[in-house]
Design a protein around this ligand. Structure first.
Ligand code: IPE
Ligand code: IPE
Ligand code: MG
Length: 239
């Protein structure tokens, strides 16, 4: 879905992070099972990722499964794991045709081996692409990421007494620039443990739309909102 959209009128963030939320409620509203909501959500994710990079976003991070989401029913967790295998295995061509490099953030344990295998293959097969990065936050937790970084630093024998924020960032799951714009669909206004370090100075946006209905035109509206924001980073502007 395209809108009249004058790209010269908007600020384009470098790194946009999306909390994919509301799949379950989207399905419930339609008398469907939560599984159908996830099917619809992840079908939408591909089109949205393509559109975001087309708009000039360099990095799109998607929170697709939190470390806490393993507490959901076995049926739902297993359905989501199957979706991830399909998304990663069946869409290699999609990512390559759109020149998208795919990376992942998150822990291995307790992901099923089939998901890790599909994930690793997709990373390897898209590593040379240059049209933008899609960062899947899968089995991801912000606190887990910080703890894992500390463990890596301890194991590396780094000079902790002189460690800088910039150096710390290199021990995170991915060495990516900070998030500029964080979108959480479905009206929930919380971070739920998402990119705690990287969202430090992000602008937040909470559309009511549930993720399966959050399409290209909705993203363009989000960009207009981002354009209106005044990012100050602690400074006083126009003094
Ligand atoms: C987010 O949608 C998708 C994942 C967690 C993968 P939800 O499943 O959280 O949907 P709601 O919040 O219950 O509507
Ligand atoms: C956060 O959404 C995780 C993902 C979208 C992957 P949740 O739906 O799990 O978060 P809470 O439980 O509402 O905070
Ligand atoms: Mg939710």
């Amino acid at each position: 879905m395209e809108t009249d959209f004058d790209i010269s009128q908007v600020k384009i963030p470098q790194h946009v992070a999306v909390i994919v939320d509301g799949n379950g409620r989207w399905a419930k509203e339609r008398g469907l099972t939560r599984m159908r909501g996830h099917d619809a959500g992840f079908e939408n994710l591909k089109a949205l990722a393509k559109h975001m990079l087309k708009r000039g976003i360099k990095i799109a991070s998607f929170y697709v499964f939190s470390t806490e989401n393993f507490k959901r029913s076995a049926e739902e967790v297993s359905h989501l794991m199957d979706i991830f295998v399909t998304l990663y295995k069946k869409n290699l061509r999609f990512f390559n045709e759109n020149n998208i490099k795919v990376v992942f953030s998150g822990r291995d344990e307790p992901l099923p081996p089939k998901v890790m295998q599909a994930r690793d293959e997709l990373v390897a097969e898209t590593a040379q692409n240059t049209g933008g990065i899609v960062n899947f936050c899968l089995n991801y937790g912000g606190r887990a990421e910080i703890v894992d970084a500390v463990k890596k630093i301890a194991a590396s024998g780094a000079d902790v007494a002189n460690l800088t924020e910039e150096q710390f960032g290199k021990y995170l799951y991915q060495d990516l620039p900070d998030v500029d714009f964080m979108i959480r669909t479905s009206g929930e206004q919380r971070l739920s443990n998402f990119l705690l370090w990287q969202n430090s100075y992000a602008e937040f946006y909470f559309p009511e739309t549930k993720f399966p209905d959050f399409h290209e035109a909705d993203f363009d509206r989000a960009l207009l909102e981002y354009t209106r924001r005044d990012r100050r980073f602690g400074m006083i502007k126009n003094a």
